[in-house]
Design a protein around this ligand. Structure first.
Ligand SMILES: Cc1ncc(COP(=O)(O)O)c(C=O)c1O
Length: 400
């Protein structure tokens, strides 16, 4: 055992504690729902979950997972192309493609994996990849990895700045292939990408649009089909990636959706497909049931929207100034990281679980409480949360 290594790590951790930026894990002893049992605290209202549609404990989703486990056993025991592909993977992928409006889809054990493996699988030296500055960390790593592996050229455009995007595309007009990476919904802001304009820019510059819709699948659009449905452009985005770990049942897993030739290319080339086991069949079965549930119950998406609008209005009336938006992500900017974490701790004492995010997840000075609303919340839940946030905000001097 290398004692120096351990003591160095411990010193770094102690430093985080001293700065008030150490992340303490809370243990839940019940299903992810509007209210959960938290170890040592009892019942707590969750305002920090991606369980947007409340499907984590939906009986149909849970039962499908149990049936999947019984039918297929614990897992795939292998990577996909060797002997790890089950019929439920094909059924899930067909449902996902149908849901987001693409020809095909390919599942992964996480959206992180799906994103990470994608860029390097479809570019080579001489290609150009440009990515929004606020894209998710998995996209950032995917682009970095693609650059290291393939020697493609990469750039970052200022968040939502389409002039900057165009300038960067023009500067790389000679590239063989141009990719634009954007989140559909930016997770720390709750902002929606300017998708119609990005699609037009892509057409004008012969580029390909890849959109990570993890916070929009099941959330945006009248029937939850995501950012493309929100803007009435279903079928026009070249490639959509998303997660199964948020609105679609909340277990784990992700996918890439697009042309069949792309999904086949990923089977051949994507390193997580080639070197890592596929989604466990029980998880695939639950996710499939979640997609079918949303298709049969679009009113859940409507409830989510109404809850988010209600909360946004109520938190404004309580004296806060949340970032504006039309998604269920409602960030309340606090400022310093330690203050956001402290507020989140005080809220936990009031029975509200909402995480404070600070640097490096968001820029210095913009630490925030990121409230996330679910269709599973009742109006009483939301009113209770607003009262508690106001009480803690007053005590912390964030509002007057
Ligand atoms: C935009 C975005 N992409 C990808 C991911 C990763 O999702 P997963 O948990 O499926 O790896 C997340 C999760 O936080 C996300 O917010």
């Amino acid at each position: 055992m290398n004692r120096t290594f351990v003591s160095q790590l411990q010193a770094d951790l102690d430093d985080l504690v001293a700065k008030g930026t150490y992340k303490r894990l809370n243990h839940l002893a019940s299903p992810q729902a509007a209210r959960v049992q938290m170890e040592g605290r009892g019942e707590v209202l969750i305002l920090s979950s991606n369980n947007y549609l409340g499907l984590c404990d939906q009986p149909e989703v849970v039962e499908a997972g149990i049936a999947g486990l019984r039918k297929y056993g614990a897992g795939t025991g292998s990577v996909r192309f060797i002997c790890g592909t089950f019929t439920v993977h094909r059924e899930l992928e067909a449902a996902l493609a149908r849901f987001v409006g693409t020809e095909a889809a390919m599942s992964y054990v996480s959206a992180w994996n799906a994103n990470e493996g994608l860029t390097a699988s479809i570019v080579q030296e001489g290609d150009f990849v440009v990515s929004d500055a606020l894209n998710h960390a998995s996209i950032i790593d995917s682009v970095r990895l693609a650059k290291a592996i393939t020697k493609c050229t990469t750039a970052v455009y200022a968040h939502g700045d389409l002039d900057d995007l165009v300038a960067k595309l023009k500067a790389n007009a000679g590239a063989r292939r141009r990719l634009i990476w954007t989140d559909g919904v930016f997770s720390m802001e709750g902002a929606v990408a300017k998708l119609p304009q990005i699609l037009q820019i892509a057409r004008d510059h012969d580029a390909i649009v890849i959109m990570d819709d993890s916070h929009a699948t099941g959330v945006l659009g009248a029937t939850g089909r995501g950012t493309a449905e929100h803007f009435g452009v279903v079928g026009e985005v070249d490639v959509i990636t998303s997660t199964l770990g948020k609105a679609l049942g909340g277990a784990a897993g992700g996918f890439v959706a697009g042309p069949a030739a792309l999904c086949d290319t990923l089977t051949q080339r994507s390193r997580p497909q080639l070197f890592s086991n596929a989604l466990p069949p029980t998880v695939a079965a639950s996710a499939l049931a979640a997609v079918e549930y949303i298709e049969a119950h679009p009113e859940r998406v409507q409830t989510l929207r109404e809850n988010a609008d209600y909360f946004r209005g109520a938190i404004r009336e309580a004296g806060f100034n949340p970032l504006p938006g039309e998604t269920p992500i409602v960030p309340i900017i606090i400022g310093e990281t330690a203050d956001a974490i402290r507020m989140s701790e005080l809220l936990l004492e009031e029975g509200i679980f909402v995480t404070g995010f600070g640097f490096p997840v968001v820029p210095h000075g913009t630490a925030r409480l990121r409230c996330q609303i679910s269709a599973a919340h009742t109006r009483d839940d939301l009113d209770y949360a607003v009262r508690a946030i106001r009480k803690v905000g007053l005590a912390a001097g964030v509002i007057r």
